[in-house]
Ligand binder design. Structure first.
Ligand code: EPZ
Length: 422
């Protein structure tokens, strides 16, 4: 297993290109199952999760061709010959459940393994299933698989989500595009990835309104045609790299960054004393001299503070002036980075979904272990600011969501290298 060694110290300066969004691409790819015509995705990120989704779609008989070093994905599901999404692939990546809605809508049946939990929580899929049942799907759970049928096709229905769910919204939105009649999704997720999916489906001929409002109305159509669609910029990668100059000092321009993707997060950086400004090419982040101010964070569905940036923000708060309280309200176990940061000298107390961080003068480099995707990158950020060397092990977690992280950070002056087998 590879490790990443970070030697802390020194302000960072330069520019970082931000890739297409993992969490948009993982729902745009299954959309190919809705049409027998080709779907081309540009600005696709080069990540192991994208490879896993490619493997899953290929197992169903779809064709996925990776072009231009993985930045373009040409997808076609003209000849689907298998309707079973196997546990061996699904257990590697929860987003696999997103083939259920499209496959059921187009073919009238689908068998998808339940994804099971993951490090950050149980992550059930009950809301995905309830939404499809509201559109007339007949579901049966057998030996860890969902057997879904819609013999006469799906019918429009009203889905009122009790809590906001990104994935359930995506599954329902895709399924509704081919359902007979009108579907209304209430208390739907409003993340930029949802908006991006709606724009792509509309390009394919779907009739969708309200994707930015929390209430989405879809008029089902007979069939969808092919399209070409650029994957939206990754707001979580963007926020992650905005934190590099915030933690170390310096000035970095994140190319492709957009303020509307990171509103609540950028406000918190501003509150902490970091300057964020829009440029012609993206977002510029600068930390002048002087301490960072401690700020409180509560994670919430978009447009609130993203749970996927909570771990990274905690790394910044470790050396802030004062005490910061971070409340994780989306997932039940998303503080696994805290004990690792404490190995570096951070002062953090975790009680249930609340972490209290008392700022210390400086963190000390140490061997630490990545536990999940976003925790792994928060340890790298902490290592950039720490005194001495930090060795982050199990960096395979990183490869799921961050392309070329060493190259991108080296590009702004970080002392970082990847070694195998440590
Ligand atoms: C998506 O996961 C993202 N993943 C996650 O990013 C992100 O953290 C999450 O949305 C929240 O923004 C992808 O898009 C591939 P949810 P998803 O359904 O759809 C509960 C990363 O680091 N829930 O919005 O699985 C659930 O347990 C990943 O890139 C149910 O109870 O998240 C959670 O507490 C991590 N029943 C809450 O809702 C359901 O049927 C929000 O989950 C579905 C969800």
């Amino acid at each position: 297993m590879d490790s990443i060694i970070v030697t802390g110290g020194g302000a960072l300066k330069g520019e970082i290109p931000i890739a297409g969004a993992k969490n948009a691409c993982l729902t745009l790819m299954p959309a190919t199952l809705l049409s027998d015509e080709p779907l081309t995705l540009t600005n696709a990120p080069r990540l192991s999760d994208i490879k896993t989704m490619t493997e899953l779609l290929a197992s169903l008989g779809a064709e996925v061709t990776s072009l231009q070093d993985g930045q373009v994905l040409a997808l076609s599901s003209h000849d689907l010959d298998n309707h079973v999404a196997d546990y061996d692939i699904v257990r590697k990546m929860r987003a696999s459940i997103l083939v259920l809605g499209p496959m059921l809508a187009r073919h009238g049946h689908a068998v998808v393994s339940l994804p099971g939990g993951c490090a950050i929580g149980a992550r059930p899929v009950d809301l995905h299933l309830k939404a499809l049942e509201a559109m007339g799907a007949e579901l049966e759970l057998k030996e860890g698989y969902v057997h879904a049928r819609a013999p006469g096709g799906l019918k429009g229905g009203v889905v009122d989500f009790p809590i906001v769910s990104v994935g359930a919204t995506e599954n329902a939105l895709m399924a509704a595009t081919l359902a007979k009649g009108t579907t209304v999704l209430k208390n739907a997720a409003r993340e930029p990835e949802i908006v991006d999916l709606a724009v792509c489906l509309r390009r394919m001929g779907a009739q969708i309104e309200g994707e930015e409002t929390g209430t989405i109305t879809i008029q089902g159509v007979e069939r969808l045609h092919g399209a070409t669609h650029p994957v939206v910029t990754d707001r979580i990668e963007l926020g992650t790299y905005m934190l590099a100059p915030a933690i170390c000092g310096g000035e970095v321009e994140c190319l492709g960054g957009r303020m509307d993707l990171v509103g609540a997060f950028a406000e918190k950086l501003h509150e902490a004393g970091i300057e964020v400004s829009e440029t012609k090419r993206g977002l510029k982040v600068a930390r002048k001299n002087g301490p960072i101010k401690a700020v409180d964070v509560i994670t919430a569905p978009f447009p609130g503070f993203p749970t996927d940036l909570q771990a990274q923000m905690m790394a910044l708060m470790c050396t802030a002036e004062g005490t910061s309280v971070l409340e994780e309200r989306i997932f039940e176990n998303r503080f696994m980075h805290a004990p690792e940061l404490m190995r570096m000298g951070a002062n953090i107390e975790v009680h249930g979904g609340t972490a209290t961080v008392r700022g210390v003068d400086i963190l000390k480099g140490a061997p630490v272990m990545a536990t999940d995707l976003r925790a792994s990158v928060s340890l790298i950020l902490a290592g950039l600011a720490a005194e001495g060397e930090t060795v982050v092990s199990r960096v395979y977690h990183l490869d799921r969501g961050y392309e070329h992280v060493v190259r991108k950070l080296e590009g702004i002056g970080a002392k970082i290298e990847r070694v195998s087998g440590r």
